[in-house]
Design a protein. Structure first.
Length: 195
């Protein structure tokens, strides 16, 4: 079976995560690991762009793309925390946000709700973190002091924006759950309205 190009790219991005971990822990080469995870993060938009451009948007692709993103972020942040590449509080702030939004999305999915729409500021925040995290890695690998300052200069605003968008998502989730409760409540009082 030949995969459509967007799905193939998502699979390649997922397949590069173990290579990243091998570079980080097997070869003890944080600079190369950082460059690779930067590439994986930097190609985040490619699969979605191709899917829309080639009219190959699929349900599989809608699952693969976020899976590739979440795996890359989890590997980079948890791996960087364990390896001492990322400041612990920075790693915890990213992980906590991911867990919080993930739980909320899981609750919505369990109730049969549509997934949350991606916010533009969320993309900007993710883009900033996709630059900051690899910069921490290459700095830890012995590269110029510039990368440390760059990581902080992009990472702090990115992290603040990341949490700001998380709070917006929480608001979106509350609205969706409130609508669901109102729909169930009105269906319970008037059985004829139930679908």
């Amino acid at each position: 079976m030949i995969l459509p190009p967007p799905n193939a790219i998502s699979f390649v991005r997922i397949g590069l995560v173990p290579v990243f971990l091998w570079l980080l822990f097997g070869r003890d080469d944080p600079a190369s690991a950082g460059l690779l995870i930067g590439f994986v993060g930097g190609t985040d938009w490619v699969d979605g762009y191709l899917a829309r451009r080639l009219d190959q948007v699929s349900e599989v692709g809608k699952v693969l793309d976020p899976v590739a993103d979440r795996l890359a972020v989890a590997a980079a942040v948890i791996g960087g925390w364990i390896a001492g590449v990322l400041p612990p509080w920075f790693a915890v702030a990213i992980i906590s946000r991911e867990v919080l939004v993930g739980i909320g999305a899981g609750v919505l999915a369990a109730r049969g709700k549509a997934r949350l729409d991606v916010r533009w500021f969320g993309k900007v925040a993710t883009f900033a973190l996709y630059f900051a995290i690899p910069a921490f890695y290459v700095y830890a690998g012995g590269w110029s002091e510039f990368f440390r300052w760059f990581a902080w200069g992009v990472g702090i605003p990115g992290l603040i924006l990341y949490w700001y968008v998380a709070l917006q998502y929480i608001g979106d989730m509350r609205v969706a759950l409130r609508r669901d409760r109102a729909r169930v409540s009105s269906a319970g009082t008037d059985p004829g309205e139930a679908t």
